[in-house]
Design a protein around this ligand. Structure first.
Ligand code: PMV
Length: 362
């Protein structure tokens, strides 16, 4: 479902650029959460995520060599057809962080155009897909201008590392269907620098696994994730949380192989609530859950009990609920969502997504 629609940019703006590359990158949803980091953007525990498919960012980066080299990063950023100067400081610090890995950055001018497949300000975090798409474009540009002949593995690792430096969770959006970021003894090749594909055979029940995102609250986040991660520094439960996340990853890893849905559900919901428990017990505390998030959770539990269908929820840093279920129960679950959960969203609705495979060059 990748869109091939042209960007909402006038051709005159790009005509002076010599070349461009375009990538789509999906969002991802963590089942084992990353919350708490060390400089520079390194995780305090390993995390594991499902790569999504439909919720993605499409980014085109056009570039040309500067006429006179200066000591600045020169770029313009357009979001959905309009200049977006408010995003430029974030890009500036991203470029500063990745310069050591991309020495060509100050030799070129860039025009970065981006758009999301999901509705604007739907409360869906877009930094993972945005940073993964941009990082993939920059690796492809390096390959073109420097003639670097990356293997697929090198290309993915580099894109994941660069994306991580923009937004930690973005490291996990380069590939799929299940990604691990952060060193963990049970996952071959796992490390803090870039994410790797979960290396074990996955039980058939997880193929085409569904994620329907209930739009409970479309508002802007009250707390940036940078501030949230920062509050884990002096958090009274931090040490225990990091140990527990790594332990939960071991247990979940086995569930993914064995198809043990009961334990899967227990761990996934516990992780979601632990993430929010950290927020509720930080100093200062913050509450991102809304009354309707809790109401939807109650309904999901009741539906699971009544039908025996393996449906569960997870949460990101916000009030929206990700409803996870096997593809084989799509019909019954969508019926439940339409008749029960939709009402809780007060007409804001939901987005249907499923497990996907990462970035695409288009
Ligand atoms: O990617 P960041 O640095 O904005 O951190 C977000 C972390 C969570 O989305 C809350 C959890 C996760 O592991 O994705």
């Amino acid at each position: 479902m990748k869109s091939n629609t042209p960007f909402k940019m006038s051709m005159s703006k790009i005509s002076s650029f010599i070349d461009s590359v375009t990538y789509t990158a999906p969002s991802n949803i963590a089942l084992i959460k990353y919350w708490g980091k060390k400089p520079v953007q390194l995780p305090c525990n390993a995390s594991l995520s499902f790569t999504l498919n439909n919720c993605h960012t499409k980014t085109r980066v056009s570039y040309k060599k500067k006429e006179a080299i200066n000591d600045e990063f020169n770029f313009q950023f357009f979001f959905e057809g309009a200049p977006k100067p408010s995003f430029e400081p974030k890009l500036q610090s991203f470029f500063e962080r990745i310069e050591a890995y991309c020495p060509f950055l100050k030799e070129y001018e860039f025009l970065i155009e981006s758009e999301n497949s999901f509705p604007h300000s739907s409360g869906i975090a877009s930094s993972a897909s945005a940073m993964a798409a941009l990082a993939s474009c920059l690796v492809a540009i390096e390959s073109k201008i420097e003639g670097t002949d990356f293997t697929t593995a090198e290309k993915n690792q580099k894109a994941s590392r660069l994306a991580r430096l923009g937004s930690g969770s973005a490291a996990r959006s380069i590939e799929g269907p299940i990604m691990v970021w952060g060193k963990h003894d049970l996952v071959t090749g796992s490390n803090d620098d870039y994410a790797v594909v979960f290396d074990k055979p996955i039980a058939p029940i997880f193929q085409n696994f569904q994620d329907t995102i209930l739009l409970i609250d479309k508002g802007e986040k009250q707390v940036s994730s940078t501030v949230g991660h920062g509050l884990m520094k002096n958090h009274p439960f931090a040490k225990q949380r990091f140990l527990e996340a790594n332990k939960n990853l071991s247990v979940l890893s086995k569930c993914l192989v064995d198809g043990d849905m009961e334990t899967f559900i227990k761990i996934v919901e516990h992780e979601a609530l632990s993430l929010h428990a950290m927020m509720l017990t930080s100093d200062p505390y913050f509450i991102l859950l809304k009354p309707n998030t809790l109401k939807a959770i109650e309904e999901i539990r009741a539906f699971r009990k009544k039908t025996g269908i393996n449906i569960c929820f997870t949460l990101d840093a916000g009030a929206n609920l990700h409803v996870l279920y096997p593809n084989s129960h799509k019909k019954e679950v969508l019926h439940f969502i339409d008749n029960v959960l939709y009402l809780i969203t007060k007409g804001q609705g939901y987005i249907c997504d499923y497990i996907g495979n990462g970035v695409e060059n288009i």
